[in-house]
Design a protein around this ligand. Structure first.
Ligand code: NAD
Ligand code: IPM
Ligand code: MN
Length: 371
């Protein structure tokens, strides 16, 4: 029997609760469609960091590299300074495995109305390695920023020095956005190929060249050039502020939305909200090495441990992961089970969607339908 090895990093807050349900769905799909999954669980997150001071050791990266895919809950906790776990674990994984696309489908389901009407069937193709996530920056108490930087990506290594002097000597911080031609090219090709597969005639690029013309002017130019390779699909460049406005008023007008890293982060949560909740937003961090599946949402410390977490985003991640592994029938079984569960509606819906079903009850209801 085909056996897959999956790295499982539940993480913090609701991460362990929701990925447990995703794991159950994968195992149920395996039992039905004739494959097995071996789960390699990793403890990284706030508790492990508090105990050991370690975020994500390189030895774990080498082990994970031997896995077929990875399932991640979420990392980050109110007790830990923002950025330590997020950059030290999540972004480290994305960069190390050069997962250059963060693919985030957002669609409406029967039984879950869009909070403001209309239907959503979009997919965010978020560049996942560059932009303001590059990690180039520094703070200075004295008004003199002078900091060396180094970053390594699959495509290149970059090093240099960030230097600026403020005449008033005021405390200051600077963080630089970086885009490269090969970085823009590969994610743009991915977005256009995806539009072709979805039978769509247009890709929308979320940009902001009017205010940030150097960085996003470059983005527009490079994207336009690559778009020329796809005569059947046109490129619409839209300022991200206007895009958000139009998305809220007319979500059905959008299919593939190509975004630089930071805008993609924001637009993803907006779209999840439009589908009914963050608990429906699945995502995959896709690259040519290890790909990693994680919900759009975070560790939701405000509801962790209450059972109110909606695990369906994680369950949809499981379906995306199965597709990625080539188990498309297993993926379809999971999706169909989830669709049928949501369509039934009523009190059996997750708390987030107005019902009273707790996290494990939602997971069990879906698993039962996978059969
Ligand atoms: P969040 O996504 O965790 O929560 C935002 C709001 O949505 C909260 O009110 C939360 O209760 C609700 N929510 C989120 N997921 C839900 C679900 N499945 N079911 C029901 N309600 C849900 O965003 P935040 O509050 O900005 O971040 C909390 C922590 O998570 C921070 O430390 C942040 O850095 C981290 N984070 C991690 C990831 C990740 O690891 N992938 C992603 C985003 C945020
Ligand atoms: C996400 C998260 C992360 C991001 C954070 C936790 C670093 O918000 O995956 O959407 O900004 O990419
Ligand atoms: Mn986010």
């Amino acid at each position: 029997m085909k056996t897959y090895k999956i790295a499982w990093l539940p993480g913090d807050g609701i991460g362990p609760e929701v990925t447990e349900e995703a794991r159950k769905a994968v195992d149920a799909a395996g039992a039905r469609h004739g494959f097995k999954v071996e789960w390699a669980r990793y403890p990284f997150g706030a508790t492990h960091y508090g105990r050991t001071g370690e975020t994500l050791p390189d030895s774990a990266l080498s082990e994970m590299a031997l896995c077929d895919a990875m399932l991640l809950g979420a990392v980050g906790a109110p007790s830990i300074k923002p950025g330590i776990l997020e950059r030290g674990i999540l972004l480290k994984l994305r960069f190390h495995f050069d997962q250059y696309v963060n693919l985030r489908p957002a669609r409406s389901y029967e039984g879950v109305p869009c909070p403001i009407g209309g239907r959503v069937n979009s997919i965010v193709v978020r560049e996942n390695t560059e932009d303001f996530y590059m990690g180039v920056g520094a703070t200075a108490e004295s008004g003199n920023i002078d900091a060396p930087f180094e970053a390594e990506r699959g495509l290149y290594k970059v090093s240099g020095r960030l230097s600026a002097a403020f005449s008033s000597g005021c405390a200051a911080a600077a963080q630089v956005g970086v885009l490269t031609r090969p970085g823009v090219e590969r994610v743009t090709r991915y977005a256009f190929k995806l539009a072709e597969e979805r039978g769509e005639k247009e890709v929308t690029l979320a940009s902001k060249a009017n205010a940030v013309p150097i960085l996003y002017g470059f983005l527009d130019e490079e994207t336009r050039r690559v778009a020329g390779e796809f005569p059947g699909v046109s490129l619409k460049i839209q300022n991200v502020d206007a895009l958000c406005y139009h998305l809220v008023r007319n979500p059905a007008n959008y299919g593939v939305i190509l975004c630089p890293n930071l805008f993609g982060d924001i637009v993803s949560d907006l779209l999840s909200g439009l589908t009914g909740g963050l608990g429906l937003g699945a995502g995959g961090n896709i690259g040519d090495k290890l790909s990693m599946f994680e919900p759009v949402h975070g560790s939701a410390p405000d509801i962790a441990g209450t059972g109110k977490a909606n695990p369906l985003a994680a369950v949809l991640c499981a379906a995306m992961m199965l597709n990625h592994l080539g188990e498309s029938e297993g993926a379809r079984s999971v999706e169909r089970a989830l669709e049928s569960y949501l369509a039934e509606g009523g009190a059996k819906k997750p708390v987030e969607l107005g019902g009273s079903a707790l996290c494990a009850e939602v997971g069990d209801a879906v698993v039962k339908k996978i059969g």
